[in-house]
Design a binder for this molecule. Structure first.
Ligand SMILES: Cc1cc2nc3c(=O)[nH]c(=O)nc-3n(C[C@H](O)[C@H](O)[C@H](O)COP(=O)(O)OP(=O)(O)OC[C@H]3O[C@@H](n4cnc5c(N)ncnc54)[C@H](O)[C@@H]3O)c2cc1C
Length: 579
């Protein structure tokens, strides 16, 4: 084996089958400073924050990286125009600073500017009122990487968004925010943490807490693939489980300082040509706002906001949710969208703070962090955009339980894997394309998903040119991307690849079913699946899609949940609920 190949095999950021076994051994044998529970963006961010401060960290995720809320958001890095109206300037400034850091330093390959048209509907007061807000939005938090607001007459706005009804607006203002593929971003944060030494392991569920006298001294975990269990010993444990926060709190046996409730948000995905527009849109609704967000060859339309008390792992969208979205977006569209236009639907749960007590160290209106017991910190709430700030707060809160005083957080200076060298590669896209016999457009698409790790991805096609071909029924993706997902990005099941490493499950009307067999064969080669295992993966995935489709025709949450939660789990060893 050439030394460069050996190096790649041993790369700490390579989350493949070999690393998985090695990580299991380390979880049981090493003594950690911090164990982080939950591989959403907050847990992955906390692991990265801690590792780059010089701490020994383990990150354990029960299912897949970003399989909870962090793959189901509106995918915006945004300040939140709504908070400006509520005069929450501090929150907006903090979020806009994060947006700027992502665009420039931390993840320029993954986070991109995106424009929104704000249609004006009232004469006289609305334009100056909105303009004043947007002026702050454009200047707060050092937001220099995106263009400032642009004012448009009705004719100008209609030229930008020809899909709008003439009667839907009297003029408009275009402003900018940023967007990212949330699941890929979270996975890249986790891999970056692994690069800096964190042990990152998925399909590893926390099923108990260890105690020494009155303090939490670690966790008991179960490998949900094969049922093995082991103990992880650590000076402190951080609960980053989003909507599962209360469940883990109960498992720890202690009383929490805050509670988390779940609010469901549903999005639909429609083909790009159904809404003729050069820009996204933000529309006001009675309760909140509705976004129409450009997403590759599609639009994402969302979201709803309703209480959810059912299955936390599989929130189900109902017909009612979908009707709500269609009804609201159709109020402004000249050619209305129908159910037949929908390619994909996804539902996520917002982890909202509820029932806080006074002791809670509430660092912002959006998130809360508390040392709930000696050796145990909980953090929840917040939004995707501010995960880095939350992560730093969580590690600070755990500091009293650590043997030495940790260094201050430095993640504002730590680019994610793939960021380094990205800009140069964009300039070299044509050369890279001709070296690999690909279209430059394809290489740019890959660069926005992998950054400078694109070399690792393309290297998998050396000697196997068939892997550089598009997938038969999902031509936006190449075979090498599937192989890379299983060999480097920690994907363990077909669902991980179709729903999160790629977004085939929401980008194609077949929702991944038509390419399931081809993808399963490619994944199976890397993970060593037998033909029976390959078949089971395809069947489980088909059943998931079927259950989701059926639930989306149900009138109520209860009916939709009953259908969705009856589908088999890819991770059949998961214990739910764990307490
Ligand atoms: C519809 C919607 C739209 C949104 N849009 C935006 C947006 O555009 N911009 C923005 O900034 N924010 C947005 N948000 C908010 C944002 O998505 C969330 O705040 C964020 O993703 C929460 O991340 P998390 O890590 O706290 O939770 P999660 O991503 O849910 O991660 C928690 C993890 O813990 C794991 N876990 C649970 N139990 C265990 C156990 N026993 N052992 C091990 N692991 C366990 C779960 O499997 C899960 O992966 C949106 C949210 C929703 C619902």
């Amino acid at each position: 084996m050439a030394s460069s190949q050996r190096e790649a095999e041993n790369s700490p950021a390579r989350l493949g089958p070999l690393k998985r076994e090695e990580s299991w051994q380390r979880l049981g044998a090493d003594k950690f400073d911090l164990v982080v529970i939950g591989g959403g963006v907050v847990g992955a961010g906390t692991a990265l924050d801690a590792a780059t401060r010089g701490l020994r960290v383990a990150l354990v995720e029960a299912r897949d990286l970003a399989s909870g809320t962090s793959s189901r958001s509106s995918k915006l890095f945004h300040g939140g125009l709504r908070y400006l109206e509520q005069l929450e300037f501090g929150l907006v400034r903090e979020a806009l600073r994060e947006r700027e850091l992502m665009l420039t330093t931390i993840a320029p390959h993954l986070v991109k500017p995106v424009s929104f048209l704000y249609p004006l509907t009232h004469r006289i007061w609305e334009r100056p009122y909105t303009a004043a807000g947007l002026l702050m939005y454009d200047t707060m938090g050092g937001a220099r990487s995106v263009p400032g607001q642009k004012h448009l007459s009705r004719a100008g706005a209609l030229r930008m968004v020809p899909a709008l009804k003439r009667s839907a607006l009297i003029g408009g203002i275009r402003y900018y925010d940023a967007q990212s593929d949330d699941a890929r971003h979270t996975m890249t944060v986790a891999r970056t943490a692994a690069h800096y030494g964190a042990v990152v392991r998925t399909s590893t569920q926390v099923v108990g807490f260890l105690r020494e006298a009155d303090r939490v001294s670690g966790v008991r975990v179960r490998d949900v693939e094969d049922g093995r269990e082991t103990e992880i010993h650590a000076s402190a444990v951080v609960n980053c489980t989003g909507v599962w926060t209360d469940e883990l709190q109960r498992l720890s046996g202690g009383r929490g300082r805050f509670r988390v409730r779940a609010s469901k948000g549903v999005h639909i995905v429609v083909p790009r040509d159904r809404i003729v527009s050069e820009s996204g849109m933000i529309l006001r609704t009675e309760k909140s706002v509705l976004f129409v967000i450009p997403w590759r060859n599609h639009w994402i339309v969302g979201t709803t906001d309703t209480d959810w008390n059912l299955d936390l792992a599989h929130p189900a969208a109902t017909k009612h949710d979908i009707d709500y979205l269609l009804e609201h977006v159709n109020t402004v569209l000249a050619t209305p969208l129908t159910h037949d236009d929908i390619e994909g639907v996804y539902a996520g749960l917002r982890p909202l703070l509820a029932g806080e007590s006074e002791e809670t160290s509430k660092l912002s209106r959006e998130h809360a962090v508390a040392r709930v017991a000696p050796g145990l910190v909980a953090i929840a709430g917040g939004k995707y955009t501010t995960y880095r700030v939350m992560a730093a707060d969580a590690v600070d809160a755990a500091a009293v339980d650590l043997p030495g005083r940790p260094q201050p957080s430095i993640t504002d200076k730590v680019p994610l894997l793939g960021a380094d060298g990205y800009h140069a590669l964009v300039n070299q896209a044509d050369q890279l394309a001709s070296e690999h016999g690909l279209h430059p457009y394809r290489v740019r698409h890959l660069l926005d998903r992998y950054g400078s790790m694109v070399h690792e991805v393309l290297a998998l096609g050396e000697g196997r040119p068939e892997l550089l071909k598009p997938l038969e029924h999902a031509p936006d993706y190449l075979g090498v991307e599937v192989v890379y997902a299983a060999g480097h990005e920690g994907a363990l099941h077909l669902e991980d690849v179709l729903a999160r490493r790629t977004r085939i499950s929401i980008e194609y009307a077949h929702r991944g079913v038509d390419c399931a067999a081809q993808v399963a064969t490619l994944v199976g080669e890397v993970l060593g699946w037998s033909k029976d295992e390959e078949k089971r993966e395809v069947e489980v995935y088909q059943a998931r899609v079927e259950a989701e489709r059926e639930s989306q025709s149900q009138p109520s949450d209860e009916a939709a949940d009953a259908l969705r939660s009856a589908a088999p789990e890819a991770r059949s060893g998961i214990i739910e609920p764990v307490s």
